[in-house]
Design a protein around this ligand. Sequence first.
Ligand SMILES: Cc1ncc(COP(=O)(O)O)c(C=O)c1O
Length: 389
Amino acid sequence: MEQHPITKAIRARTEQTNEMEHSSPLFLTSSFSFDNAEDMRAAFADETDANIYSRFSNPTVKEFTDRVVILEGAEAGYATSSGMSAVFASFMALLKKGDHLVACNSIFGSTVTILNKFLPNYGIEVTYVSAAKPEEWEAAIRPNTKMIYLETPTNPALDIIDLEFAGKLAKKHNVILNVDNCFATPVNQTPIQYGADLVVHSATKWMDGQGRVLGGVIVGKKELIHNIYLFCRSTGPAMSPFNAWVLSRSLETLDVRMERHSSNAFHIAKALENHSKISFTKYPFLPSHPQYVIAKKQMKNGGALVAFELKGGLASGIKFLDSLEMLTLTANLGDSRSIASHPASTTHAKLTDAERTAVNITPGLIRISVGLEYVDDILNDILQALDKC
Ligand SMILES: Cc1ncc(COP(=O)(O)O)c(C=O)c1O
């Protein structure tokens, strides 16, 4: 009987050793040895798939990658040291001088830095398109466009991009659709189902789920992943086997964790929607979300992030953070412990007002990464902090 991807991902593992261990061992080794010169020659000639060196491949890293490949419904994958090295490798391996990239304007800040500061050095041009105006995306595509890049839900404003629309657009113009699926996780959304050719992740977030290790992974079409593998094997952003071991164990509980993260977040979003200190609350599965219908179409659950706008603006945002008693102020998200952030005074403080407005980062915007604590304890901390704003 065909098993569900969740079952397959939990059961996918490195080959059992003669010790008959039940949990997968950790192959913390830089290199692998050969019985004889001929075996070593054949491995280097790509005539066998024997492991050579952990910058190229490692059984523990392979187990983690295989599990993400299964969950995303992909053909192949390569795991990297962080989400940013996954994003960077997906550009550098597949784009060359003279190519053009169309990117949604609402994407993670370090990705914007790669697009604005580094890709132009290699002669790769970028055009930004608005998350709010998909009808303008097609006009941005040129004869030399090679890739469309987007995130959904977006960071930190939680806008939703229609993946079916993006998949059809990419197919029509024969360009690679590359989706950062970090915020939804493959439990809540599988972009390949809608035509994405590549999916990138920061595994540092919910895939780990406890804020312990950095990691990234790229999955998608075999031939694209092969080029990414060739780029990474020479340039060296490989995932550490130790991090892969931690992340692979965490993937076994991703489905149940995301269900609880999402139900906690939905409960909090509903409770805050009509709060007197808040002008709007944004959560993909609230009917008031501007792209609610699209979110319901492409996501299984609304995810773990809730955003809301404080009527008091910037000053209230800072007061809110200072008044929290339990929620953590930290530069991460996707943890079992709830985290609060105020983008206008921290992560996006260097942008101009106009740049922030263009990506829906208003002065009083607060983003909560809802954790796995008892939901009313999370809500009560938010409510008492709101009282002080
Ligand atoms: C949507 C998104 N993509 C990529 C990254 C980068 O991941 P990492 O910090 O693992 O390099 C982040 C980090 O917050 C993110 O939120």
